[in-house]
Write a protein that binds this ligand. Structure first.
Ligand SMILES: NC(=O)C1=CN([C@@H]2O[C@H](COP(=O)(O)OP(=O)(O)OC[C@H]3O[C@@H](n4cnc5c(N)ncnc54)[C@H](OP(=O)(O)O)[C@@H]3O)[C@@H](O)[C@H]2O)C=CC1
Ligand SMILES: O=C(O)[C@H](O)COP(=O)(O)O
Length: 484
């Protein structure tokens, strides 16, 4: 193969600097969730090929790790420029492959270019430290340790379907600037987009073996690669179910896990309700709720609930529903199974007494934005991550109860607190068992240099430009003993 795909849109894997078709001849056809149209074919790689890729990674990492950091950074800058030049082409592919509206697709590509540049700058400003022995009782100033950060080796980056470019880059770039080789296993639905990111990095001048790809179904090839002795670190974003499984089988391989969420927005009685409603609707429904950081439940009291429901409803009515090419906000879900689950959650809630305010309509895998009021703790939607445009409202008596219900979730990604009382906001923030609390804002990951982490079933370890570089490098100490 001369490029990343041939004229029939059959995509290869980047293996040791070459776009390569699998010897197995097995391919997976990717069609668009928007209209079933053909997007491309990707390789279903076999175990022997995985072995070869990991061998090449070792050689690639030796070459790459000695490239000076300022040259690594320059390469990331170049890749960012190439991505930006290709924004139109790549965002169109992204839009069709995962049915993400055009505006969000463009923004994902641009955000990724910014991410690459920011990572390059952060890499250049990484400094080692020197520690004097005299700081510890009985120590001496004749003993000095200088500590720098070194790469871990080969990083396996596994990314999900919902941000195939951004969430691949947020693993690849920090791993590379830290001197690691990377093997990317993108989500099957999303792989075509992710391969275009990899092509930009290759075109920017990455040496062979520094970045390679493995496509194929996670359920078939995943366990093999995750447990391969040649993998030195696994950086995974995806569902809690798969993340848990990986953590169980990846014996002694360090892991970073970004998993599911059930982010709650706590709306206090003194909140600016119009502002909260604007924010929550954006947070809950952008990309049809298929974001780990989507607002996935509102917890509030009777005193403001009716007013808030009216405000939310009027905003939800205005959301455009349909084809991502027409800039609709609510677009078809990634597959039929996702839509089936959305319908199940809605029907379960209604059957158990929730009040349907708007929505509960489905056409194929297109699920209309749905608002459910008076959701109670016996309903599945109170606890399950819908990954679809369904927003439940749980009414409570007071904020103590709100915090208790927020914390009762198995997840702990983010929470929002809407209030004008900053003291109360901080008091509640202290009590919420999540990675991040947003005060007067929807839950969200960005900006991408902020620490991003989940606790409980939402993850392990911290991402965010500098945090990711640190997670994928380790300290190496050399101690100097000065003799008198
Ligand atoms: N906390 C966070 O930062 C984020 C979390 N998420 C979470 O991701 C989920 C949605 O993404 P989705 O793609 O459906 O998640 P999945 O867990 O289904 O898949 C994630 C990735 O894991 C791969 N995979 C599947 N099985 C294995 C295996 N046994 N070994 C190795 N890899 C495997 C998948 O490949 P394949 O596609 O081939 O199955 C895909 O690349 C949601 O739960 C969401 O909350 C999403 C974004 C951010
Ligand atoms: O998967 C996700 O939810 C993304 O990482 C979200 O990023 P955002 O909250 O900044 O849009």
């Amino acid at each position: 193969m001369t490029g990343l795909c041939n004229e029939n849109l059959i995509y290869g894997n980047l293996i040791n600097g070459q776009w390569t078709e699998s010897a197995s001849g097995d391919v997976i056809t990717i069609t668009s969730p928007a209209d079933g149209s053909f997007v491309g074919k990707i390789q279903a790689i076999n175990k022997e090929e995985v072995n070869d890729i990991i061998r090449c990674s070792k050689a690639g990492q030796s070459l790459w790790s000695v490239v000076p950091i300022y040259e690594k950074a320059a390469l990331l800058y170049k890749a960012a420029a190439l991505l930006e030049e290709r924004t139109e082409e790549i965002s169109d592919i992204l839009m069709m492959e995962i049915a993400k509206d055009k505006k969000s697709s463009v923004s994902e590509v641009k955000r990724t270019a910014d991410f690459l540049r920011f990572t390059a700058d952060a890499g250049k400003s990484l400094e080692g430290i020197a520690v004097s022995g005299e700081n510890f009782p009985g120590g001496s100033r004749n003993k000095m340790s200088y500590v720098k950060r070194i790469p871990l080796g080969t990083v396996l980056a596994i990314s999900p379907f919902n941000y195939p470019i951004n969430l691949s880059a947020s693993k690849i770039a920090p791993a590379l600037i830290g001197g690691n080789a990377v093997i990317l296993k993108p989500a099957t639905q999303g792989a075509v987009s992710a391969l275009h990111l990899v092509k930009a990095l290759q075109d920017a001048g990455l040496p062979a073996g520094a970045l390679q790809t493995v496509t194929g179904r996670g359920s078939e090839i995943g366990d093999y690669i995750v447990t391969h002795e040649g993998i030195d670190f696994i950086n995974f974003t995806g569902s809690t179910e798969v993340g848990r499984h990986i953590s169980q089988i990846s014996c002694m391989t360090p892991l970073l896990l970004e998993l599911g969420g059930k982010d709650a927005a706590l709306v206090l009685e003194d909140a600016d309700l119009e502002y909260a409603a604007d924010n929550i609707v954006e947070g809950a429904f952008s990309y049809s709720g298929q974001r780990c950081t989507a607002v996935k439940r509102i917890i509030t009291t009777d005193k403001v609930a009716d007013q808030l429901v009216t405000m939310l409803k009027s905003r939800i009515e205005k959301l455009t529903v349909g084809d991502p090419r027409n800039f609709a906000v609510i677009t078809p879900l990634i597959d039929q199974k996702a839509a089936d689950f959305a319908v199940f959650l809605t029907q379960d809630a209604i059957a158990k007494g929730a009040e349907l305010i708007i929505g509960s309509k489905r056409e194929g895998n297109l699920v209309y934005p749905t608002l459910l009021d008076k959701v109670t703790v016996d309903m599945e939607i109170a606890w399950k991550e819908p990954f679809s445009p369904i927003l439940p409202i749980i009414r409570v008596n007071n904020m103590e109860e709100a915090v208790e219900i927020a914390n009762r979730s198995e997840y702990g990604l983010q929470s929002s607190v809407f209030t004008k009382d900053i003291n109360q906001a901080f008091r509640i923030a202290e009590k919420l068992e999540v990675g991040t609390v947003q005060i007067n804002n929807k839950t969200e990951r960005g900006p991408d240099h902020f620490p991003f982490l989940g606790v409980k079933a939402s993850g392990m370890g911290t991402q965010g430009v500098r945090y990711s570089i640190e997670a994928m490098t380790r300290p190496k100490a050399v101690t100097i003993n000065i003799t008198e």
